[in-house]
Design a protein around this ligand. Structure first.
Ligand code: M6R
Length: 606
């Protein structure tokens, strides 16, 4: 989704702004722009398309300004175009701003400004902010902090704002509500960005702005205020990861690098979680929940994190009598879920900034439910909102297609559900599960050895536009995730079905050469799934079968066998194969794997 960078100090601003926008490219965008501040003028340059187009338009040598802001836009209101791209400037060209998020009441504010004679250049919701600021600053307050406070208090929706003006040529004003904004400083100046990777090369301490805060960045100083104008204490934290960790490290893409990082990510996530063969999640003791009276448990998330939630919910419902649900955050928030102080809600998110997930946790808190966040990014909004937060230690996930975040979520959620069951009914896991947890990183290394075999199988997709993933019981959520990976990066249309559901409709789509990826790793239902696979083979499908070493299958052309391990951890092994498959199919199709079309890494708008 959109990216923001800003710098003010004694160094030239443009290199910081551009490197930061490049670091945020992975988030997805369709246009880009910068404003650089001179004492006498603001210089703004905007383009449609990639950052390379912006670079081509800018003569870096000529731009020695030491204060400026930059933006990459992912279109929400108005088509991707030069006019709609940010920064947006007031009519007299004295104030310029960039914005991430969505202003929900922009139409009424726009009408108010039109009535006052303001003229609009773009179709965006953002442009109203700069005109509103112009109106309040020049006609009411004459003071930018007071003007900004008045403006942010009138905006409904989500925003991270970054503002420069020739009225205060070495200052940047920022504001945050529900969209991330991170500040930094070093000996040359102060800076800001919408996500940490943009700041990493410049300092190892960061200041994540809290919700409903504004800040003034000057070359030597940062001041933070709440929306009431009260100055706030600053809580600086160590940057969540270092610059090397956010680079490709010799791989062709971040996605491939991150697939290969999974053994280490899992090891890190498990660090301190298994002590003397016992699972430890002491954070749960901090919850104000009468466990034995728990009425409902919800797993709430979006996309890949939601798929991890379905797997966890399926496991947990087997361990207690408490009703357990996995619900996409976008449905949860509008579905009037049954919630009260005896409900436990677990919110899963890599970024910790996904707008629907954030709205969902706010709803749960409002209804007094206990909340647990399962989050990868330190200091993100979800970490601050949840009653207790458990970190997946996947490291920076740059690829839009989530890989190591998913496997670490499965691992951490597997620990979590066991502890929840223990608290509710004294459940104790089998020692085999502890052994499997410990061996999992090595097992994933073994699965990665199938890479060349999977690469070869990807050749089956050369002229294909569709694929179907099938599985029963606990294989099904993994089928969903496999199909999401394939469509995200290769644009091959992919659907996932319960294997037994095929003959109730979807089988009509199977014809000669249709690809079916079948998951049969569940001993109890494997034979049934095999029968469903036979039904597709009889109609000409080409089947890639993923099963275990012990399940009996015969006569399949393309089979990969995995070690049978505890059911809750099986998705980790399976998905590594499916991630590799999606990756190599995307290579064959010539797709831009780290920047899939229309997608954003962190979906900070509803
Ligand atoms: O940052 P989050 O985990 O909250 O993101 C949720 C989804 O937007 C994300 O998983 C998305 O589905 C990925 N592109 C999947 O690869």
């Amino acid at each position: 989704m959109c990216g923001i960078t800003g710098y003010t100090g004694r160094s030239v601003a443009l290199p910081f702004i551009m490197q930061g926008l490049e670091k945020l490219e992975y988030r997805g965008y369709d246009s880009a722009g910068v404003t650089l501040v001179d004492k006498s003028d603001l210089f703004t340059c905007k383009v449609s398309g990639r950052l390379d187009n912006l670079k081509a338009k800018l003569d870096e040598e000529a731009h020695q300004q030491t204060c400026g802001i930059g933006h990459t836009r992912w279109a929400t209101h108005g088509v991707p175009s030069q006019l709609n791209s940010h920064p947006h400037t007031n009519s007299s060209g004295t104030i310029s701003l960039v914005h991430n998020g969505i202003i929900e009441n922009y139409l009424s504010l726009k009408q108010e400004l039109l009535n006052k004679g303001y003229v609009f250049q773009s179709e965006t919701d953002t442009e109203i902010i700069v005109h509103l600021l112009d109106d309040v600053y020049y006609h009411e307050t004459g003071d930018m902090l007071q003007a900004l406070l008045k403006v942010v208090n009138r905006l409904k929706g989500s925003f991270a704002l970054c503002i420069v003006s020739k009225e205060f040529p070495d200052q940047i004003y920022v504001a945050k509500k529900e969209s991330p904004m991170i500040l930094g400083k070093n000996e040359t100046g102060t800076f800001c960005a919408s996500d940490a990777p943009a700041l990493l090369a410049y300092g190892d301490q960061i200041l994540p702005l809290k919700d409903k805060e504004v800040a003034i960045l000057s070359p030597d100083d940062i001041r933070v205020f709440n929306f009431k104008g009260e100055e706030m204490k600053q809580e600086w934290i160590a940057a969540p990861y270092n610059i090397q960790a956010a680079q490709k490290g010799g791989y062709d893409s971040f996605m491939l690098k991150e697939i290969h990082e999974q053994p280490r990510a899992i090891r890190e996530t498990l660090r301190g979680r298994i002590i003397n063969d016992e699972i430890e999640i002491n954070e749960l003791n901090e919850l104000d929940l009468d466990w034995k009276k728990t009425e409902r448990i919800y797993f709430v998330a979006c996309g890949t994190a939601y798929h991890a939630g379905i797997s966890a919910a399926k496991e947990l419902e087997k361990l207690t009598d408490v009703p357990v649900y996995a619900i996409p955050a976008s449905e949860f928030r509008y579905g009037d879920p049954y919630l009260n102080g005896r409900c436990l809600c677990i919110f899963i998110s890599q970024s910790g900034e996904t707008a629907d997930t954030i709205a969902a946790i706010k709803l749960a808190k409002q209804k007094q439910a206990s909340t647990v966040g399962v989050v990868n990014v330190l200091g993100s909004s979800l970490t601050r909102l949840s009653d207790v937060c458990l970190y997946t230690c996947a490291g920076p996930e740059i690829s839009v297609a989530s890989t190591k975040a998913y496997t670490t979520q499965i691992v951490l959620l597997s620990c979590l559900i066991i502890k929840i069951a223990e608290k509710i009914n004294g459940y104790k896991p089998d020692i085999q599960l502890i052994i499997d947890f410990k061996e999992l990183p090595e097992l994933v290394e073994k699965v990665l050895k199938h890479e060349s075999q999977v690469k070869e199988l990807s050749g089956l997709f050369k002229d294909k536009k569709d694929a179907y993933f099938i599985g029963r019981q606990h294989d099904y959520p993994v089928a969903l995730e496999g199909s999401l990976k394939l469509k995200e990066v290769s644009y091959v249309h992919a659907d996932a079905y319960y294997a037994g559901e095929l003959k109730h409709g979807p089988i009509a789509l199977i014809e000669d050469g249709t690809i079916v990826i079948a998951l049969a790793t569940q001993e109890k239902v494997a034979a049934k799934t095999i029968s469903n696979i036979q039904e597709t083979l009889a109609r000409g499908s080409k089947v890639i079968l993923i099963t275990t070493e012990s399940i009996e299958v015969d006569g399949f052309e393309y089979v990969i066998r995995l070690k049978e391990i505890s059911r809750c951890l099986m998705p980790v092994q399976i998905i590594v194969l499916l991630q590799l498959l999606a990756y190599y199919v995307a290579v064959i199709k010539g797709c831009d794997i780290d920047k899939p079309r229309n997608l954003a890494k962190s979906v900070t708008v509803e």
